[in-house]
Design a protein around this ligand. Structure first.
Ligand SMILES: [Zn+2]
Length: 245
């Protein structure tokens, strides 16, 4: 199994990079390092291009398969060989939208914890919108949605810095517990994972997360709470959209 270094874990702003091909499949390559986010954790994957030896190929999907991070390629005459150096570029417009929605959902999660005593139990980030599910006994009203929209926009407008910190497992759990978060979801991560990546939106929101985020909430812009759906008894879905959409 060829292992890939995930560059976005430390730096979410790498738009293009050089990498070595370490495995080649029928329609995919595995690279020694990548800044492409593979589909997972509720977030859509990055797409982009791969350039080698005067060939430009579309990377149409990136996902984990059989323990590898595979970059699936489209419309190619020739694939690079194992050992070859390639240049990859991310579709940045799409990625930045994902980062903005994803960071907004972090803010929303803490807002819901503070005002409705509930934690996020699922989320989905795409280019169209960001969605998050919450356990709530009572249905949210139109008034609640307005309060949530105003509340998260107020926090976003504070231009809060977003920080990435790597912590040993026990330290990360202790840190999140001290900040008042439940840590069941990270306790379930296999013990073989020894380091956790903790995302902090200044001192407002803290979470163990492997997704991609903006470095300051000023990049998110104004958010609209556009739709809420009842997901069955006790569960509500909040959908976020940008003003310009
Ligand atoms: Zn996140």
């Amino acid at each position: 199994m060829a292992q890939t270094k995930m560059l976005y874990m430390e730096d979410n702003y790498i738009k293009s990079f050089e990498a070595k091909v370490i495995a080649v499949g029928e329609n995919y390559v595995v690279l020694d390092q990548t800044a492409f986010y593979p589909e997972g954790g509720g977030q859509e994957c990055d797409i982009g291009t791969l350039l080698f030896d005067n060939h430009t190929i579309t990377i149409s999907m990136v996902k984990r398969d059989s323990g590898e991070v595979r970059h699936y390629l489209e419309d190619f005459d020739k694939l690079p060989d194992k050992g070859e150096i390639v240049n990859c570029s991310i579709d940045w417009e799409r990625r930045l939208i994902h980062m903005r929605y994803h960071t907004a959902i972090h803010v929303l999660s803490t807002f819901m914890k503070e005002h409705y005593s509930t934690e996020c139990v699922g989320n989905n980030i795409s280019t169209r919108n960001g969605r998050a599910d919450f356990n709530l006994i009572e249905s949210l009203t139109g008034e609640d949605l307005k309060k949530i929209e105003n509340g998260i926009n107020e926090i976003i407008a504070k231009n809060l810095p977003v920080k990435i910190t790597f912590m040993p497992r026990d330290e990360a759990i202790k840190y999140l517990e001290e900040k008042g978060y439940q840590t069941d979801y990270i306790q379930m991560v296999p013990k073989s994972v020894k380091t956790f990546r903790v995302i902090s939106v200044d001192d407002y929101d803290h979470a163990s997360c492997a997704g991609t985020h903006v470095k300051n909430t000023s990049e998110i812009g104004n958010i609209k709470v556009v739709k809420r759906r009842s997901m069955g008894k006790g569960k509500e879905r909040i959908t976020l959209s940008f003003e310009e959409n």
